[in-house]
Design a protein around this ligand. Sequence first.
Ligand code: ZN
Length: 380
Amino acid sequence: MSEWTSLLAVFWVLWLLDGARWEHRRAFTFLVGASGRLVRAGFSRARLPSTWPGQWWVTADDLPLAVSPFGLCNRSVGAVGRPSERGWVAQGWRWEEVREVGRAGGWIFINGVRFCPDSGHVTAPQILAWAQLTPEAREARIRLQMSRWFQIGELRRRARVLAGRTQIPALLNAIALCGGLVITIYVVGGGAAYVPTGASERWAKALPAILGLLLVVHLAAIGSAWRAVQQLSPVRPEKRRATLLSALLLPPQAWRLRGLVGDGYFPVQHPLAFFLAFGGASARGRAGFNVLADLRWPIEVASDSPVARKVTGWFRAALAEKVSALLAAQGVGVEELFAAPCPDSPASCLFCPRCRDQFVARVSACPHGVPLAVLSADRK
Ligand SMILES: [Zn+2]
């Protein structure tokens, strides 16, 4: 029995590790259920996929750069993730200085200098093409690109298509997962001791047939997922066919087929778009608050160049306009989000409008340098 136990342990470890990654920067991983509702949104360096086969996942970076008609800068603006990464001095380029744009190792390089992560929000050829335009034409392109980061309806439509086209692999995965759990509990828990002698012998005899059935379920799941991959054209780089072939040989990799088929199927978006498309009221409100708070009270780095400051200033205003209109259209009440909080102690008299921390002493700014606001007396 101990060999069976170690075999099962290896199987479950492989299953747990499948699809999990550790990246050099934080990003959002959204876990979405079959009905298109957000199950969990994590912001970390770890990318953890779903455990239940009915769910799928997608990752989204905060914007790694700011663009404007006169230049671009590698400062993230309008971030949803907290803490947002700051503290280093931003690079700012005027468009007329941009001669060469390349990408390597997940980064975009401008004139041979590492500029920002290649998140897909703006591509290297796009940056080069924008550099050739007049400021007016460039502004139009930038505003068009900004609209492409918030395709709420398109995300919902794609979620419906993905769930519909992967019904069979997800169902087969669920059956296999439940079967695997029952077998594990039986083997590890010493199930043979609790059933009558005859029954446990019959089980031992039936084992080859059960394993054969699991193999058929496995092959059918891979086959139906392969069909779904053919039907759903990707819009981002993906490795679905290679992963499916590897899963064919290594069954622990084949129990998240809905997520696997969804690889590369969702366009590059601002993380707020995923919250608005799939999140409940509180998740939508929190994400909207974070973006607007980052735009209204950015954490300034005093040593940023004048070009970087001018670029982020323009971009912040343009993004604030876009996001405010979007939140209003989606029924998220912005002013309620920014209402002063209730004091958490009778001595609290000030609060930071960005991180919502409360202060008792007469200080003018929070540790991040954001000017504090007064907690209104009528809320005390
Ligand atoms: Zn603060």
